[in-house]
Design a protein around this ligand. Structure first.
Ligand code: R5P
Length: 291
């Protein structure tokens, strides 16, 4: 196997290659003056089993196009088996037609990935696993909870409560909670499908004097975490720690969460950000070594 780290995952791709002890083939990358992407594989890939690692944030549309160009180039140049590893899969939240006439964007993108020549697909904490069913190739979702729980174990949490801000991320909170032997639960979130405004409500959490870990698959504007944090801080939480797999951190997400009482924000390196303190490299390497 060889690892090809795409331009958006050079660090993570390098780590995965190192863990697996395999050759890394770099991608030469630049932007043309008009914004188009130039991509070139720096070594021959003919006959190779390739793990292409390329995340799709920031600039999701551009990153997705680069992903497709790289898969198709690997195919053209004779790679024997191509596993597209997309640590953060953009557009995965648009997995249904919530309003009449909407694009089910993730279905189209998955069909394009397969059509470009991928033989296998791996991602991390995709928004909903059912979306992977559109693939005709093998598609796997890695859960980052193991790595997140391991990190939290080293934090000396006081009577931790693991809280999902909505029903969707309850599985993540549950998995972290069970690994830490901590209580877990969820709030309920509703979103206005036109304005995007959210409302977070929930059963009372006995938060007084405890460290509350709010866990979600991703943090975008920080609004979801901020709303949940205000509630638990209002109930007397000692510390609020926000953890997520994908730290998109759009605009003022960090100050917004801090202003709502969040003491610490922690994410993984599916997206390189200032809060990416947990690496998913081991989990990706483990999955690739099974293939
Ligand atoms: C959606 O349900 C996701 O799991 C996240 O809760 C959401 O996308 C976070 O977005 P934001 O940070 O903008 O509230």
């Amino acid at each position: 196997m060889i690892v090809v780290p795409g331009p958006s995952s050079t660090k993570l791709g390098g780590k995965v290659a190192e863990i697996l002890g395999v050759r890394k083939v770099d991608v030469e990358y630049k932007n043309f003056p008009d914004g188009e992407s130039y991509l070139r594989l720096s070594e021959a890939v003919s006959g190779e089993e390739v793990a292409l690692i390329h995340t799709t944030y920031p600039h999701p549309d551009k990153r997705i196009l680069e992903l497709l160009l790289l898969i198709n180039t690997l195919k053209d140049l004779g790679a024997r088996h191509i596993t597209a590893v997309v640590p953060y899969m953009a557009y995965a939240r648009q997995d249904s037609r919530f309003r009449e006439g909407e694009a089910i964007s993730i279905n189209t993108i998955f069909r394009l990935i397969e059509g470009a020549g991928a033989d296998e697909f791996i991602t991390v904490d995709v928004h909903k696993e059912f979306s992977l069913k559109v693939f005709g190739i093998e598609a796997k979702n890695i859960r980052a909870a193991e790595a997140i729980a391991e990190y939290l174990r080293g934090m000396d949490l006081v009577r931790p409560y693991i809280l999902s801000p909505d029903r969707g991320a309850l599985k993540i909170a549950q998995s972290i909670g069970e690994r830490l032997g901590a209580e877990y639960g969820n709030f309920e979130k509703t979103r206005d499908r036109i304005s995007g405004a959210i409302t977070v409500k929930g059963e009372r959490v006995e938060a007084r004097g405890r460290d509350v870990v709010i866990a979600d698959d991703l943090i975008s504007t920080g609004g979801t975490i901020a709303s949940a944090s205000k509630i638990v801080k209002g109930e007397g939480a000692r510390r609020v720690i926000a953890v997520c797999t994908h730290p998109l951190l759009v605009g003022d997400a960090l100050p917004k969460m801090r202003g709502a009482g969040v003491d610490e924000v922690i994410g993984t390196d599916t997206i390189e950000s200032e809060v990416s303190r947990i690496s998913v490299a081991q989990l990706i390497a483990k999955e690739l070594s099974k293939s």
